[in-house]
Design a protein around this ligand. Structure first.
Ligand code: GDP
Ligand code: IMO
Ligand code: MG
Length: 435
């Protein structure tokens, strides 16, 4: 059956190593959307929204749900810690949101259990091979999904089958915890009792996601797919092994949400005006300690989930170009421009030098990347306050030049510019339209 027009759908993805300000961007875009969908990751994500001066951090529920009347779906590709979800639902309820109507959960999303968190933490405690994970059980849960032994949200309904599958898992994981990690075993009875309670709480929210989204698209609903993490944390196209365990890139939308590629309308990449990452792994443009401290303080660069200090560096156009291609970004949103307001000079990495070779594409292997030295272009800082500026032409000339150069280097237009954490501190450029 031929479709008359492309549905009004937008994918929002992180271009760097996460924390680009996706939460804020999605919250603002949500005003014009009906349904918001998370398609991967779990409560390793921390998406900050500041509405009416109050901060709300989303971990599992899509970031647009502070607006009344919106519906948020957690798709198949999401891994759900029910304890974290129930807590988030109650925090939203306290903000006056009708959670009973607003939150939908795909029956095929996998559940995170206490043994996943224990295994994540136990592996991280071993000094060699540490990834600096959030210890939320994300990796071990996706391992069980791929090993075909995981339990899904839909399993909660059939208590007998659920109990049997859970017992097999608890028995196996207890052996692992005791024999390999020298940890205490978990009690099946305790885990089972808690998850039965969660099952009762979550039951009214469960849907079959492909049908839910098919009907929504047929009814002309406007849908935003919210990526968690970022391109460089993608399991396939990030800085493996220093990545998360899901496809954070736009390719993850189809399987993670339950929609065909033909319904994807536009893709917006979110990028900071500089770079950050939390956890271990390469960060080619990482600042020297002095600059690190200054930007971390000004940008409040501490993890929204774990509170860990984020590592900071200059804008890396090699990373951004890689992300624009792999996600198919039509445009990008640049956030946190204001954090650079006081800099005398600013640098952009335009390529890497590997010995005598100049590299413009992100290296596929980490050995090459480890040898690479960034090549920088230097820009004059603007040394004035950009927070609250409401149009491009009102930005200082030096800030305009900086942004124009980024646009040129990534070959797609900048659609949104954010100069502060509040909703109002963001403006669109003429290139922007939602669908
Ligand atoms: P996400 O994971 O991509 O949603 O980003 P986080 O919420 O983890 O981190 C982004 C942080 O930057 C949050 O504390 C936001 O409130 C803040 N933020 C977002 N946009 C801006 C901006 O333009 N300027 C400043 N100064 N802060 C911003
Ligand atoms: P949002 O959605 C930044 C990082 C962790 C670690 C690696 C693997 O807020 O941008 P995991 O717990 O996923 O197994 O950890 O991924 N990480 C994030 N970094 N923002 C995030 O999410 C992240 N989610 C995971 O720090 O390096
Ligand atoms: Mg975050």
């Amino acid at each position: 059956m031929a479709r008359k027009s492309t549905p009004n759908t937008l994918v929002v993805v992180g271009v760097q190593w996460g924390d680009e300000g996706k939460g804020k961007v999605i919250d603002v875009l949500a005003e014009k959307a009906d349904i918001l969908v998370r398609y991967q990751g779990g409560n390793n994500a921390g998406h900050t929204v500041i509405a009416d001066g109050e901060e709300f951090i989303f971990h599992l529920i899509p970031s647009g749900l502070l607006h009344p009347g919106k519906v948020g779906l957690l798709g198949n590709g999401v891994v759900i810690d029910p304890e974290a979800l129930v807590d988030e639902m109650s925090r939203l309820r306290n903000r006056g949101i009708n959670v009973e109507k607003a939150v939908k959960i795909s029956d095929g999303a996998h559940l995170i259990f206490p043994y996943h968190k224990r295994l994540d933490a136990a592996r991280e405690a071993i000094a060699t091979g540490r990834l600096g994970t959030t210890r939320r059980g994300i990796g071990p849960c996706y391992m069980d999904k791929v090993a075909r032994v995981g339990l899904r949200v839909g399993d909660l309904a059939d208590t007998n089958a659920f109990a049997e599958k859970l017992r097999r898992n608890v028995d196996e994981k207890n052996q692992l915890l005791q024999a390999i990690y020298n940890e205490k075993p978990l009690s099946f009875d305790e885990v089972y009792a808690r998850y039965r309670d969660f099952g009762r709480i979550l039951a009214p929210h469960i849907v079959y996601a492909p049908r839910f989204l098919r009907d929504a698209i047929a009814a002309g609903k406007r849908i935003v797919f919210e990526g968690a993490q970022g391109t460089m944390l993608d399991i396939d196209y990030g800085t493996y092994p220093f990545v998360t365990s899901s496809n954070a890139t736009s390719g993850g939308v189809c399987t993670g949400a339950g929609v065909p590629p033909t319904v994807i309308g536009r893709v917006l990449g979110v990028v900071k005006a500089y770079t950050t990452r939390v956890g271990e792994g390469p960060l080619p443009t990482e600042f020297s300690p002095d600059l690190m401290e200054a930007i971390r303080t000004k940008g409040k660069e501490f993890g929204a989930t774990t509170g860990r200090p984020r590592r900071c560096g200059w804008f890396d156009a090699v990373v951004a170009r890689h992300a624009v291609w792999i996600n198919g970004c039509h445009s990008i949103a640049v956030t946190k421009l204001d954090v650079l307001d006081e800099m005398e000079t600013i640098q952009i990495c335009t390529g890497y030098r590997d010995g005598k070779k100049i590299i413009e594409d992100f290296p596929a292997d980490m050995e090459t990347l480890a040898r690479c030295k960034p090549i920088y272009e230097t820009f004059r800082g603007w040394r004035s306050d950009t927070s609250g500026v409401d149009r491009f032409s009102r930005l200082p000339k030096a800030a305009q030049a900086y942004l124009r150069r980024i646009e040129k280097l990534v070959s797609v237009p900048i659609a949104l510019i954010s100069t502060g954490s509040a909703r109002e501190q963001m403006f669109t450029t003429t290139a922007w339209k939602l669908s």
